[in-house]
Design a protein. Structure first.
Length: 282
């Protein structure tokens, strides 16, 4: 049975791009006679605003979407810590105190997410850790242990995993219980997600997630990376640039069901279109 999920973070209101992502996941599940889950990803420290979760639910109902399970990510902190402990015990994590500015200044290569970490702290002993650190994955060791890996995208086909292009990514963040990479990978496994639906902007991240699945003996789903809704200049929709929120549209009396059908038919408001661009890791 197909199980999909929509997993918004309550650090800002939903907009049309979120609506499109939710509709894609919902409709794929329903077309396959499966389940659609709502997962609130609320571990982003002070940026997470609990009141937005209820607004998200109201927005989805306004669009005519229903869901089979309602999950809150912050209930899984023990699982994230256990996975971190397991990776440490495997000798795959090391503590890092570098700031973003220091990394940008020292980096000699660019990866899909920006400057590639130059390995400054790679030789740090585990017992040098303090509270104010991040834990990074020793990518070379991890890939040697996992061996060659592939993953399948419903739209792009079979992919050879290339997490090495990201360098030693952060697995446990300084200010949060887990990085997006670790939390999303563990959550999808715990939720039994068989088809991970998300935007093309996260296509490249899947290479890292496939590696973590291999290291932690997790099931491997299929992925479906859909196009992004973008503004005329190609930038993603964002509230800070004046993109109206779903809550604003709802309160203004707009017909949510009609909006959902328009999005399904790609009948977007003026100045908004779909982008097929992918963060390439070839």
């Amino acid at each position: 049975m197909i199980r999909t999920r929509f997993a918004p973070s309550p650090n800002g209101p939903l907009h049309l791009g979120h609506a499109y992502a939710a509709i894609v996941a919902h409709d794929l599940a329903r077309a396959g006679g499966g389940a659609f889950l709502l997962r609130i990803e609320d571990i982003d420290g002070v940026r997470s605003r609990p009141e937005l979760a209820d607004a998200f639910r109201a927005d989805l109902r306004w669009l005519g979407l229903d869901w089979d399970e309602d999950i809150t990510q912050s209930h899984r902190l023990v699982a994230y810590a256990a996975a971190g402990d397991r990776l440490r015990a495997m000798g795959l994590l090391y503590p890092c105190r570098c700031t973003r500015a220091e990394i940008a200044a020292a980096a000699t290569a660019m990866g899909p997410d920006g400057p590639v970490y130059p390995g400054t702290c790679r030789r740090n002993p585990p017992d040098s850790a303090t509270e104010d650190i991040a834990w990074r994955l020793d990518m070379a060791r991890a890939m040697a242990l996992a061996g060659p890996l592939t993953w399948d995208d419903a739209r792009a086909g079979m992919q050879m995993a290339r997490p090495d292009l990201f360098g030693d990514v952060v697995i446990l963040r300084k200010e949060a219980p887990a990085s997006y990479h670790l939390a999303a990978t563990l959550d999808d496994a715990a939720d039994g997600i068989a088809l991970v639906t998300r935007g093309m902007d996260l296509f490249a991240a899947t290479h890292i997630h496939r590696l973590l699945q291999a290291l932690l003996d997790l099931p491997v789903p299929r992925w479906h990376h859909h196009p992004l809704l973008v503004e005329e200049d190609g930038r993603k929709l964002a509230k800070r640039r004046g993109s109206p929120s779903l809550a604003d549209r709802r309160r203004a009396g707009e017909d949510g069901l009609a909006l959902a059908e328009a999005l399904r038919g790609h009948d977007f408001p003026a100045g908004i279109s779909l982008s097929e661009s992918v963060s390439s890791v070839s």
